[in-house]
Design a protein around this ligand. Structure first.
Ligand SMILES: Cc1cc2nc3c(=O)[nH]c(=O)nc-3n(C[C@H](O)[C@H](O)[C@H](O)COP(=O)(O)OP(=O)(O)OC[C@H]3O[C@@H](n4cnc5c(N)ncnc54)[C@H](O)[C@@H]3O)c2cc1C
Ligand code: SF4
Length: 511
């Protein structure tokens, strides 16, 4: 008697040929299961571009596996027999193929891990080893430390990977070249943009499906230009390294109206879905530096985002567990304002960041952190609602990477696990790093009055609301000192106007 085949589960963000579950499988015997299901496509209202990217990339990955000789049972969203959940599809396929065991690679989402653990047939979950740092390694590093700081973790990763190392010393004599970075950028019509990939017939079919099923979600589906195969994603990476990496360091914090990508790589969605591997991405950046094509501050700054931040947040997500997304250390309860879903706003920085999010399912790090994230934190928005928004609207968003960035870094809702202080700023920071303020209805230099920049008002309001918690923070004492030196009438006016602003915001007025 021939042994029953095993089902090999490959999820939409596991499109890597060498992923653990595929490595553990027997191509001549086992059946790969891939499924577009309602549960995954709608647990938050994902941006239509994000759903289209994943479905198109999944269909092409399934095609590539078949071409290599794998048996693939692929469920399309509109298959009449589709049960619309991952455990449901596994059961259906188990019946179909007489299988009684599933091999999976651990999902990056606690909700889905629980669903697999609760499935009505045994699922063997293998660690997702597409990261430089294993979870036991991260836990060992974290054990006994008073605070987990990315910078120290990053140095360990440099040593471990050998990236940008000269023996046991960091290349260029420093671990971090950020003092050469953080420059504002000037508008430049000639700045190269990421390559755009014309949808083929298979992607077009997905676009039609997504338009009919998810057309009401926040976000513009067409024009659709993302890479949907590994070959295209490699092309996007090569294009970044050749044209934009050179100034990545200098301009990584800059924001410009109408220039959504500046010198960013726009590869997060490909890395997170598995079309690119972190090692090949970092190796390409290092090779460009060694060949003298890009400066060290750009190569180092870029590699740090991947072997530093990306690995660090993965470790935090796994270590902190399923309740992390529900944390709310600052007790914030305001509903997410409608302007996040496209309602009109007079704040130009918010209109720019949210407008490009709607059009491209993309905003770069500083827009996410210092514009939309900063505003939500200053206004005291419920972090769970902020988390759901980020998870829905960005093409690169998956819980393992989004939650530590939002709940931790951006909203300080974890009480300081990810960052040592909240990322808050007044309008001055946005003005320094962007050209947004020039065409805003508010005046960034106005601290009070009818045209005062809301970030200026809310900044002080936030600090005063949370004085008990932050006054003793050594990195924030200076801010409280500045407040205390302000004249009393002015202090009163700031707090009154901030309260009035928040009342208008809650009432749904255009702010
Ligand atoms: C509030 C907030 C939410 C975020 N949500 C996500 C998310 O859902 N998914 C996601 O991948 N990133 C997230 N980030 C991190 C970062 O903004 C994106 O990785 C980046 O903007 C993706 O665009 P890019 O490929 O052009 O990145 P680049 O700026 O070119 O950076 C290169 C790569 O570095 C990695 N990287 C950079 N910063 C981080 C970081 N903080 N954490 C993890 N990886 C990082 C990404 O893989 C990225 O592709 C978030 C950041 C903030 C502040
Ligand atoms: S003035 Fe304030 S609200 Fe307007 S763009 Fe500048 S920071 Fe944003």
């Amino acid at each position: 008697m021939v042994d029953a085949p095993r089902l090999i589960l490959v999820l939409g963000d596991q499109l890597t040929p060498g992923i653990a579950a595929l490595r553990a499988a027997d191509p001549s015997h086992d059946v790969v299961v891939m499924a577009e299901v309602g549960a995954e496509a709608s647990y938050v209202p994902h941006h239509p571009k994000k759903i289209a990217f994943l479905f198109a990339a999944m269909r092409k990955f399934a095609g590539a596996l078949r071409a290599e000789g794998w048996r693939v049972a692929y469920s399309r969203l509109d298959d009449p027999e589709n049960t619309h959940s991952i455990p449901g599809e596994l059961l259906r396929r188990a019946d179909e193929f007489g299988a009684s065991e599933v091999i999976a690679t651990q999902p990056g989402d606690w909700r889905l891990i629980a669903a697999l653990e609760g499935a009505a047939l045994p699922v063997r979950m293998l660690p997702d080893d597409r990261f430089f740092c294993t979870q036991p390694e991260f836990d060992t590093w974290a054990e006994g430390r008073k605070a987990l700081r990315m910078e120290y973790f990053y140095r360990e990763m440099r040593r471990k990977t050998g990236l940008l190392m000269e023996g046991d010393k960091p290349a260029g004599g420093q671990w971090n070249f950020d003092h050469d970075n953080r420059k504002p950028a000037r508008a430049d019509m000639l700045r190269p943009r990421p390559p755009q990939f014309h949808p083929d017939a298979e992607t077009e079919a997905v676009l039609d499906l997504v338009a009919s099923r998810f057309g009401g979600n926040f976000g513009t589906l067409r024009p659709f230009w993302f890479a949907t195969t590994r070959a295209q994603a490699l092309h996007a990476l090569a294009d970044f390294v050749e044209h934009r990496l050179v100034d990545f360091g200098a301009y990584q914090d800059a924001m410009l109206e109408g220039d959504e990508f500046l010198n960013h790589a726009v590869i997060g969605l490909y890395l997170n879905a598995g079309l690119l591997t972190p090692l090949e991405v970092c190796a390409a950046a290092e090779a460009a530096w060694r060949a003298g094509r890009v400066p060290i501050n750009s190569a180092e700054g870029f590699i740090r985002q991947i072997i530093g931040w990306r690995e660090f947040v993965r470790g935090i997500w796994a270590r902190e567990g399923p309740d992390y997304v529900a944390r709310n250390e600052l007790g914030h309860t305001r509903a997410l304002p409608a302007l996040y879903w496209g309602a009109e706003t007079r704040m130009n920085c918010m209109a720019q960041a949210i407008g490009q999010t709607r059009d491209q399912a993309y905003a770069h790090h500083i827009q996410r952190l210092m514009v939309t994230g900063n505003f939500a934190l200053l206004a005291g928005v419920d972090p769970a609602q902020v988390h759901e928004w980020y998870l829905a609207v960005y093409a690169d968003a998956y819980e393992w990477v989004e939650a530590p960035n939002v709940i931790g870094m951006s909203q300080f809702a974890d009480g300081g696990v990810v960052g040592s202080k909240p990322y808050v700023s007044s309008g001055a920071y946005i003005d320094r790093m962007s050209d947004y303020c020039g065409s805003c209805a508010y005046k960034v230099k106005d601290k009070t009055g009818p045209r005062a920049c809301p970030f200026n008002l809310l900044y002080w309001d936030f600090l005063i609301r949370h004085r008990d918690r932050f006054a003793m923070n050594p990195r924030m004492g200076q801010m409280y000192h500045t407040w205390d030196k302000m004249d009393e009438v002015r202090r009163k006016t700031v707090l009154t106007e901030a309260a009035e602003f928040l009342t208008r915001l809650d009432a749904g007025a255009t702010v």
